[in-house]
Design a protein around this ligand. Sequence first.
Ligand code: PMT
Length: 218
Amino acid sequence: MPSMRFLITAGPTKEAIDPVRYITNRSSGKMGYSLAEAAAHDGHRVLLISGPTSLDVPHGVDFLPVETAQEMYDAVQNQAPYADIAILSAAVADYRPVSVPDRKIKKTGERMILELERTKDILGSMRMEFGFRGILVGFAAETHDVESYARGKLERKQCDMIVANDVSRRDIGFDASENEVLLIYPDRTDLLEKAAKTHIAHQIVERACRLVRGKGLS
Ligand code: PMT
């Protein structure tokens, strides 16, 4: 297998509410960093675009740190033309505050309403907006009806594969060392049984490379 160029997103994004507060989620980055490490270990060139985490950048991986969903969108748009395989495992904020004051918001009442607006969908922009023609692997974090929601994402976002995890479980998914995932393809679904994220990552990287061969892109 020739060396491929991987673009991998990982971690959470942080959306500021004011200078001292922000919205984020429980992603530790472990899944995405394991993917980057696995691809680099197999001899591929890897660019890791990551939101804030406490993890060390894996050896041999190029690194682009970002903070917000918009910064991740811009970084992926700029880098996608140089990738053969894109794996978007980041937990990107779907909404952000409409406006961010430059001073701390003071307590004024018992309730407060925060107005949010949608962020741009990076995975959903890959094909049409960014013109990405390589192998596109998305993730789906679901708490119920995991397979059917994930299959919907596969079709709407024109992915070659969706890695779906059940984030209602505490033993896998967000901030766990293990994961158990469904690999959703256009014509079938495969189960990767519960294992260390490092092990799951190797299998995902291998499957993505197989998709390159299957499409005759290598
Ligand atoms: O980081 P860990 O603690 O190891 O946890 C791993 C994980 C649970 C975060 C990971 O396995 C995972 O499921 N990542 C996807 C999380 C997510 O945001 O899922 P989603 O179903 O909301 O999004 C679907 C896909 O769209 C994902 O590929 C996501 O990267 C992408 N997306 C989402 C929103 C957005 N604005 N742009 C996007 O590209």
